[in-house]
Design a protein around this ligand. Structure first.
Ligand SMILES: C[S@@+](CC[C@H](N)C(=O)[O-])C[C@H]1O[C@@H](n2cnc3c(N)ncnc32)[C@H](O)[C@@H]1O
Length: 224
């Protein structure tokens, strides 16, 4: 496991005996996120990969609302993979696959998508609160992989805090950015324009910015 990956999901309810972690933020943000995803996913079928699933709570919540979509959670932290699997078993939903081990810093993710053990072409890639708590190469790998694996009508959804034109959109985000960089100089709130550049190299274009509570955004990328 990469040394920069922090354990996550211990700030909510106590860890369950089966390994289910609980992230406090999940309870605050999942409804607003689903409202954006739903606009695109409603009435569609296909495969959706969640990158950096963390506890696994988002994928369970979203899969419950979309029985025609097959959800593929993923992460690279052992405790998180265990938690995702435990949430999957707990939910008992037929449309959530076993978590994939995807290291987004490897731009060739993921072997299962090439050897038939995973999905082939994706309706969407969803990634929440990952790229600012990871080195820039994680954003690079995420966007490159999305560009390679999205269907013609597919979308990449990126949720989190972002800078616009190099400027923070709120004081709280600036404070958060400083605290991230203090922990690890390779982390930090990312600039939308820098992500657009990555997207352009991957054949993607930013086609929507959705405002979220607590000064977060969802960036929606589509094929050019
Ligand atoms: C702050 S947590 C967010 C989890 C979840 N998406 C959420 O919003 O609740 C960041 C997640 O990114 C994962 N992560 C960090 N570096 C990664 C990498 N290189 N590849 C894949 N996942 C990574 C961590 O293991 C962790 O689960």
């Amino acid at each position: 496991m990469a040394e920069y990956v922090v354990e996550f999901g211990k700030d909510g309810r106590p860890v369950e005996a089966d390994g289910r972690l609980d992230a406090a933020a999940f309870h605050r943000n999942h409804q607003a996120i689903w409202a954006v995803l739903e606009k695109f996913l409603a009435g569609k079928s296909g495969d959706v990969v969640e990158a950096g699933s963390g506890t696994g709570q988002h994928v369970v919540e979203f899969a419950r609302h979309s029985p025609d979509i097959t959800w593929w959670p993923s992460d690279l932290n052992e405790q998180h993979l265990k938690s995702i699997e435990a949430w999957r078993a707990h939910a008992g939903l037929a449309n959530i696959r076993a978590p994939l081990r995807i290291d987004l810093s490897d731009p060739s993710w993921c072997p299962e998508m090439r050897d038939g053990r995973g999905p082939a072409k994706l309706l969407a890639v969803f990634c929440a609160n990952v790229i600012h708590i990871a080195p820039w190469r994680v954003a690079e790998g995420l966007v490159a992989g999305a560009g390679r694996s999205l269907r013609a009508d597919g979308r990449l959804f990126l949720y989190g805090p972002f800078k616009r034109d190099g400027k923070h959109t709120a004081v709280s985000n600036a404070v958060f950015d400083t605290s991230l960089r203090d922990k690890n100089p390779e982390w930090g709130v990312r600039d939308i324009e820098a992500l657009q550049e990555l997207a352009a190299n991957a054949g993607l274009v930013l086609n929507e910015i959705a405002e979220m509570p607590a000064n977060n955004l969802i960036l929606v990328f589509a094929r050019q």
